[in-house]
Design a protein around this ligand. Structure first.
Ligand SMILES: [Zn+2]
Ligand SMILES: [Zn+2]
Length: 273
């Protein structure tokens, strides 16, 4: 639970210093830490120091973000506790305690844990077809639960792509919602990576497990790409090890400078994608 502003700052920090001590939920510190432990401990000094350097001027200039930050606790009480709890009580005659336990506590515990899987499981258990130098992985399992946020190797390789996945049709309701918002004018200037850009990246830095451009050898390592064992993917993790992450003062570029961004591609409307 936090305001949009604080969430964005932590998320920018997470992308710039992924899986190092500068990352608020550094996955190198284990599953529990990056899942929820990071919210229970004091921040690492690097997180505090590097967090101050993250440019937040765009959000500071946005009145709606700052409004939500300023009145966060009032809005939280109204939208997360009061309305969800009172609707069943008022309209369906539900008992207040039952309503509070189900519509606030149970809902909150389930949705938070689903969201946290993006920081934990999607950094630990899966494949790296886009960039094997990045710790985050592709996980259909996490995508299913988080409505599309589990295609995480792609998301870290192309953090500016609105759909956070190469293919937006698989377990990616988040991308569909953004496209719908674009249609009604609430979202605009959606950025997406061109197929050529993605292809070059897969060939240059991928682990070889890509469904189309991968190699037989790498696919051999990912025998269990489906089925109940997939989230732990034992064959993959023993063949293709997770990369080391070294904290560098500059961090990773938030807008991947290694990829040459074609202005036309960046502006391309998603209807053509
Ligand atoms: Zn992200
Ligand atoms: Zn991540």
């Amino acid at each position: 639970m936090n305001s949009v502003f604080i969430w964005c700052r932590d998320h920018r920090l997470h992308h710039r210093y992924s899986d190092t001590d500068g990352d608020p939920h550094n996955s190198k510190r284990g599953f529990f830490f990056c899942h929820m432990g990071w919210l229970m401990t004091k921040k690492h000094p690097y997180v505090i120091e590097l967090g101050r350097r993250i440019d937040m001027s765009d959000l500071q200039a946005d009145w709606m973000v700052m409004f939500q930050k300023k009145y966060y606790y009032y809005l939280y009480f109204l939208l997360a506790i009061f309305i969800p709890t009172s609707v069943p009580v008022y309209f369906f005659g539900e008992n207040l305690w039952t309503s509070l336990l189900v519509c606030y506590f149970a809902r909150y515990v389930l949705s938070l844990n689903g969201t946290w899987l993006v920081n934990s499981a999607a950094h630990l258990y899966g494949t790296r077809p886009y960039d094997q130098n990045l710790q985050p992985v592709e996980s259909w399992f996490v995508s299913l639960i988080s409505l599309g946020e589990g295609w995480h190797n792609y998301h870290h390789a192309f953090p500016w792509d609105y759909k956070a996945a190469e293919l937006s049709m698989h377990f990616n309701q988040s991308a569909s919602i953004i496209r719908f918002l674009e249609r009604i004018g609430l979202a605009y200037d959606l950025k997406t990576a061109s197929p050529e850009l993605v292809k070059n990246r897969i060939i240059r830095t991928g682990d070889g497990s890509h469904y189309e451009l991968g190699t037989e050898e790498a696919r051999e390592a990912v025998k269990i790409s489906w089925g109940p064992l997939h989230p732990l993917n034992p064959s993959y993790n023993s063949t293709l090890k997770a990369p080391d992450a070294i904290l560098k003062p500059g961090g990773l570029p938030l807008y991947h400078e290694k990829d040459i961004l074609d202005a036309d591609v960046m502006k391309r409307k998603t209807s053509q994608a």
